[in-house]
Design a protein around this ligand. Sequence first.
Ligand code: ADP
Length: 671
Amino acid sequence: MQGIPSITLILFILMVGVGLVLLITSTRTSRQVHSLVPHQYIRRWHVLTLLMYFFSAAYGIYIILLLTDWHFPEELLICSVFLAGAIFVYGVIDLARMTIENLHDNAVNLEQRITLRTEELIASNSELETSRQKLYEKNIFLENVLESLTHPFYVIDVNSREIVIYNKAAGFTGKPGKTCHELTHDSSLPCCGSEHPCTIEEIRKTGKPVLLEHLHKDPEGKNIFVEVRGYPIFDKNGKLTQIIEYVQDITDRKKAEERLIQAKLEAERANKAKNDFLANVSHEIRTPMNAILGMTDLALATELTENQRKYLETVKGSSDLLLNLINDILDFSKIEAGHFQLDKRSFTFADIIGSILPAMKHSAEEKGITLSVDASDKLCEEKLIGDDLRVQQVLNNLIGNGIKFTDKGSVSVRCICHEPTEDEVKVECSITDTGIGIEQGFFDEIFESFRQVNTSISRLHGGTGLGLAISKLLAELMGGTIHVESEMGKGSRFTFVCRFMKDRRSQDRSNEGDREEVILAPLKVLVVDDISANRDLVRMMLEQDNHSVDEAASGLEALERLAESAYDVVLMDIQMPILDGLQTTGYIRSLENYDASKLNSLVSPELLEKIALCQGKKHLPLLALTARATSDDREKCFTAGMDGYISKPFRKDEIIHEMSRALHTATEKVQ
Ligand code: ADP
């Protein structure tokens, strides 16, 4: 190194320095980009990197040699530098080739992808256009649908209550943005309350569609009844944003409903008037019937010629029929009007059968047919609570029909009892006949009122067509049914089912209803009735048993009689002019209870004082004699202070029995 001129040395050091810097930088750069080199270049890259290291190593060795004075053959050095340079240049050029090829391939790929994407874009554009077209058509369709609706349709914003969408039928003449209450109620305040329920608020309560009735104003400002159907519209978070209202004018329907209600009320009024009329007519007919039947009985008990007896028996038979008819009409109208109440008495089924059998046996014998009854079930002897007279009425009708519509053969009655529960008895009575039978098509009809299968046959046999209708209603009131099975020409079977509670009361009380023959010592009796025939009848009946009878034609007259002399019993009609039987009873009882507050101008205090003096402080037995035969009427009599009740038409033994019972009670009251 001593022989090297100083300028060469400076250049040498400079070149070595620059070379080292370049090598260090290249090494670092090579390490940095290594991971980014595409995999297909990686081998080339490694070769170039190796070459770089080789250059570095050769360079280093060369400098060491220079410093150690070891002489490296110059030719070899130059050759190896050239070789390394050639390999390096080859590597760089090959790398550049591959890069350019790759770039070219990428460009081709990119172009293909762009073409593909462009095609896809065109396709989706055309799809978009089709959907836009469809959407447009759908919009037009919906608009047409909305416009074609004959009733108003709105979409309303729930917060501002502004109408957002509406159709022509809505009659929206204001600017968009008008609220629903402004449009349909001409009001600046939202609807509220039960009379004008707000659809939005109602939907808010449940989140479900609602149906409301409202009073709206139409575009001309007229009041109309509307039915509003409200449907909720929610956003994607489930929040109620809008509602749909579909409004239908129901003014005509409302008016029709009102007319219907009015018509129903009128029909009910007419029905009530009919029932009242029937009740009054039957009462009015019952009163003279009482006299006819009673007088006929009295006349039949006297000495008569054969012809006279025949005439009177015919009168009695016809009167009985007439009375039955009146009772049927009255019963039916009462049951239909819902005014009918079953009585509660203690009875056994065997008693009922026993009491109806003699008359029925007689009718069957007259027609030459046999009547057999099987009520041997031990439960038929069980004491039950119910309306025995109504059970009797149903059985009379069914057995009577069996005999009526059977010309030869038999009628058989069979009663079977069941115990559905410990306290209940269900009785099933079947009445089977070998008569004319009923066509199947009439099975339901015969239970309707005034229905007869064959009017000419029925006319032959008599009847009104009310019996089965009443029996069915009674059976239903008793928790049971009636049904029929029949074959034309062979006969019919009617099955009557009814239910009763068992009578758990003591044996003594259940015998209350039993009637024994009563003989009363002669009594002083006052008979009060506005119909003289009825007064005469009672007088004649009682005089037969040596009772002395005074008469009064009104309540007021009765009070006058009571002020004149003392009586043992008063028999009093209820329906009388001026002072009826209930009012008169009230006066008499007010005296016994020292209650002067019930006085009025009709009856002077002096008269009442006289009565009090005359009758003393004893309890005067008062018995109602009335044609008003419902349990309701009976209740009214007892509430007014009467001691007993005899319904017209009555028999003598009924009056005697009731008088004896009332006298007994009066004695108990005094004690
Ligand atoms: P009525 O006997 O007074 O006509 P019902 O209501 O008792 O009225 O009977 C209605 C009709 O049913 C009778 O007219 C008759 O046509 C028919 N019917 C009832 N019971 C029998 C029976 N046992 N056999 C044949 N037909 C009957």
